[in-house]
Design a protein around this ligand. Structure first.
Ligand code: HEC
Ligand code: HEC
Length: 502
């Protein structure tokens, strides 16, 4: 019966519904039929029958049916470009609306900026908790409950669950709209996918373009001069400020190379056979523009998680890279991304789409060196130990610091001066909810994750590896529950005030 239902899905009418229910990979629904799991039993219901976060039958702790657990390779054989493109365009509005309603269900997306500017002053930091609470529950109620009680009563705020990709089954890089526009203007290169668009509202993202601070020339301040650095203007902007070796590294970081969605093959997601994508199309100006992807290191597809682009600022002090892979050098990260189709961990499709296998000595070394020149933004209230200089800090900021290093125990994983321990930690967020299928993503336990630095944190919303938290206020509510801290209102406000000084 299960098999019959799957075949029915390939009929035009069934496809959209199946995708919305997260049961089928759109590209897989052509030609390739997924087999039911060999050990599937009649009693196991497909989880996540609904598109909404709150579908009642959604909880299960084992893999739901419809997930092909034997899947490692991404599909290589797909129908011709025009067929896929037409189908993608036909589904596009529905995909976008489904994601929009998920975001609106989970978050208060209002534009409510504080007085605090981000580092270049182009945008103000957004304020207030944005994750919505379940009906009739307060933050204090949640803090008084045990993780098991929260899980049992399904009281974990939906916005604290992993955030799915806008089209999880297909995945791939989704670039922020402002950056797409900037690159179209500067280079006439399109990063505009026909199947999806960037989902979070502009006011909740990092300032654009972000400033660049160089470790070798702190005297210069922001060297971007308010521009998006591209292959067209980098020379003019950086001549006399970088060595030729570093300039070469920057050139390569700005040079587009073909990959998964942006290339010349029939399974690209842009209209024109494309020149490709560059490192700084996501890490605009060496920071982040909040473009996202799926993580490369998990299979099957439904279990991969969304990845928000991290900043490259302060890379010089980081010893492990990637939320899961723990690559041991910037060089390794730079090389392996390109050799394995960027974020798909797949050398097979990389070869098909135009592999760029950069040479370690002549390409990777200068790319890494430039990345290691990117400094954190200035934090004028911090002393050489990375702690608040008491003359300049407010009462609330100082109380926040005391909490951070004391009662709230944040410093155990985010120690000064760089607010980074260079380790991975498992926060066991799954203590609080039953995994379920949400818009094509099965939100199973995430396992150990790279701990991020908190220096310059006000500049890089949204937060956590998948960008599920929109403001710093959200991160404090999150850790208050994760760590069982039972902070009061004033303590939470003080912690947020401290995070903004970093
Ligand atoms: C889709 C947009 C995108 C593009 C294009 C991109 N990155 Fe990234 N970058 C990311 C994401 C997302 C991560 C997080 C990866 C993870 O957690 O596994 C990341 C992580 C990194 C890291 C590790 C950061 C850390 O905190 O450990 C480095 C270094 C890096 N990228 C460099 C590069 C280089 C070099 C290129 C070009 C070869 C590149 N990136 C291209 C989005 C992108
Ligand atoms: C047990 C270790 C641990 C403790 C304790 C901890 N964190 Fe973290 N923190 C992490 C890890 C791991 C991540 C990345 C998690 C992820 O991406 O899923 C993280 C991420 C964050 C982020 C998001 C960073 C970004 O760039 O998106 C913020 C903000 C943060 N922590 C603040 C805090 C605060 C405030 C406290 C104390 C109340 C705290 N953390 C306590 C390990 C910890």
């Amino acid at each position: 019966m299960l098999l019959r239902r799957r075949y029915a899905f390939t009929l035009a009418a069934g496809v959209a519904g199946a995708i919305a229910a997260g049961l089928l990979t759109p590209d897989l629904s052509f030609g390739q039929q997924r087999q039911p799991r060999p050990n599937a039993t009649a009693t196991q219901k497909p989880a996540g029958g609904g598109t909404s976060d709150t579908s009642p039958d959604a909880g299960t702790s084992t893999l739901p049916e419809g997930i092909d657990e034997k899947q490692s390779y991404l599909p290589v054989v797909v129908p011709d470009f025009e067929t896929v493109r037409k189908k993608d365009i036909a589904e596009r509005d529905k995909v976008i609306t489904t994601q929009k309603s998920l975001l609106e269900n989970r978050y208060d997306l209002r534009d409510d900026a504080s007085d605090l500017p981000m580092s270049a002053g182009r945008k103000k930091v957004q304020q207030g908790v944005r994750v919505k609470l379940p009906d009739g529950v307060t933050w204090d109620d949640l803090a008084a409950m045990s993780p098991a009680e929260i899980k049992e009563q399904d009281a974990w705020p939906q916005g604290f669950r992993p955030l799915p990709h806008v089209k999880h089954a297909t995945g791939g890089m989704v670039i922020r709209k402002e950056h797409i526009k900037a690159i179209q203007e500067a280079e006439h290169r399109s990063l505009d996918r026909f199947d999806v668009e960037f989902d979070l509202p502009e006011h909740l993202l990092p300032e654009f373009p972000p400033p660049i601070f160089l470790t070798n020339r702190p005297d210069l301040g922001d060297v971007s001069q308010g521009q998006v650095v591209t292959i067209k203007n980098f020379h003019e902007l950086f001549l006399g400020k970088l060595t030729p070796f570093q300039l070469e590294g920057l050139r390569l970081l700005l040079t587009p190379f073909p990959q998964q969605q942006f290339n010349a093959t029939g399974d690209r997601k842009v209209d024109e056979a494309s020149l490709g994508i560059s490192c700084f199309d996501c890490h605009t100006n060496g920071h982040t523009n909040a473009s996202f992807h799926l993580n490369p290191d998990t299979r099957p597809q439904e279990l991969r998680f969304r990845l928000d682009t991290p900043s490259l600022r302060g890379m010089f002090n980081q010893r492990i890279h990637g939320s899961k892979r723990s690559l041991r050098s910037v060089e390794d990260f730079t090389e392996f991304e390109q050799r394995s189709a960027y974020f798909d961990g797949d050398q097979v499709t990389a070869a098909k789409k135009g592999i760029h296998a950069p040479d370690r000595a002549t390409s990777i070394a200068p790319m890494a060196q430039f990345q290691n020149m990117l400094d954190f933004p200035p934090a004028p209230k911090l002393d050489i130990y990375g702690k608040l200089d008491s003359e300049q800090a407010s009462e609330s900021e100082r109380r926040g610091q005391e909490l951070f290093f004391g009662k709230a125990r944040c410093a155990e994983c985010h120690p000064a001066p760089h607010y980074l321990d260079n380790l991975m930690h498992d926060l066991h967020v799954e203590r609080f909810f039953e995994p379920k299928m949400v818009n094509g993503h099965f939100d199973h336990p995430a396992g150990p994750m790279k701990t991020m630095t908190l220096r310059g944190i006000k500049d890089s919303p949204p937060y956590l590896h998948d960008g599920r938290l929109l403001t710093l206020d959200d991160t404090v509510e999150f850790f208050n529950l994760i760590q069982g801290l039972k902070l009061n209102k004033q303590e939470k406000a003080d912690l947020v005030a401290f995070l903004k000084t970093l």
